[in-house]
Design a protein around this ligand. Structure first.
Ligand code: 2BA
Length: 109
């Protein structure tokens, strides 16, 4: 068994949840926040049999789009008043960031 941790953009999260339901994939969705953009994303936890890992990765890949986002450049406190104007820096977010981990034990009580 493997655990798949998939971080996807909020905009893709509902579609991915629905795909998991359609394909009988059990998943837990957590609301998360990207450390860099500090904006909301979603993290899915999926426990899945080894032989279904590729199927789940395909569902994630099909659903997750890369999008451009913008972050403000840092402003430094410049006492010379040398007109430092923050400007937006473009970053490409996603599709999805995915980790596949081995599961030592899977228990349900
Ligand atoms: P964020 O940390 O908010 O990052 C959003 C996007 O900003 C990243 O997209 C990347 O394009 C850019 N970025 C992140 N850190 C950067 C840096 N130090 N310098 C320049 N640009 C940077 P993605 O790479 O697609 O990541 C999307 C989200 O996936 C991340 O949101 C974070 O929540 C998660 N993530 C990505 N890599 C991770 C990792 N190695 N471990 C844990 N979470 C990760």
């Amino acid at each position: 068994m493997k655990m798949i941790l998939a971080i996807v953009q909020d905009k893709d999260a509902n579609r991915l949840s629905n795909k998991f339901i359609d394909h009988n994939v059990r998943a837990t969705k957590l609301s998360s926040t990207g450390g860099f953009l500090k904006s909301g994303n979603a993290t899915f936890i999926v426990g899945i049999e080894d032989e279904r890992v590729d199927e789940v990765l395909k569902l994630i890949e099909e659903t997750s789009k890369a999008r451009k986002s913008y972050v403000q450049s840092p402003i430094t406190l410049d006492l010379s008043m040398d007109g430092q104007v923050p400007y937006p820096i473009e970053v490409e977010v996603g599709g999805a960031t995915v980790f596949v981990l081995p599961v030592e034990n899977f228990l349900r009580f």
